[in-house]
Design a protein around this ligand. Structure first.
Ligand code: FES
Length: 169
């Protein structure tokens, strides 16, 4: 595991509105359990930073929640909704787990990769799209599927993908 130093005075990297939003999450938990807001706080910090987290922001969240940086880093690196490097304006998460695989996720992945000219973990040249392979997102009955932003797109076909991508700015 990578060793990380504890940094100080990074809280200022969180914008006022991020801090306000994190405070709302902290308020949902007992006073001595503000660490429970860590997942929301990371999501908020990530949104503030164009969709990905860096070491400084992870330190900022740690400081704000009075946690060890390494503990926050472990959360950020464990869950697939957090990004530790830049992503496209639209992050396309394609499920390749068993139900989606049985329903043709391989073809969906090939189609997306050919259409966009990128592989998993890459960003299109114009910065508009990035592709990510993810585990089951709980939409197996409508496999194959992908998630873009908050939206699930299900029962995918190449035609459907064309329409979805065309509709995005
Ligand atoms: S296997 Fe793809 S959503 Fe469950």
């Amino acid at each position: 595991m990578m060793l990380r130093k504890q940094h100080n005075n990074k809280v200022a990297l969180l914008s006022d509105s991020s801090r306000k939003e994190i405070d709302e999450w902290i308020a949902k938990y007992p006073v001595d359990k503000k660490q429970s807001a860590v997942m929301s706080a990371l999501r908020i910090a990530q949104d503030q930073n164009g969709g990905y987290l860096n070491d400084d922001l992870i330190d900022a969240v740690a400081e704000y929640l009075e946690m060890e940086s390494i503990a926050v880093y472990e959360v950020a690196s464990f869950y697939s909704m957090y990004e530790l490097k830049p992503v496209g304006k639209h992050k396309i998460c394609v499920c390749t787990n068993i139900s989606c695989m049985l329903c043709g996720s391989d073809e969906i992945v090939s189609y997306l990769q050919n259409k966009l000219g990128i592989g998993f973990g890459e960003i299109t040249k114009d910065g508009k799209f990035s592709l990510k392979e993810v585990e089951c997102l709980g939409a197996c009955v409508n496999a194959p599927m992908m998630q873009i932003g908050e939206h699930y797109h299900e029962k995918l076909t190449p035609e459907k993908i064309d329409k979805i991508l065309d509709s995005l700015d």
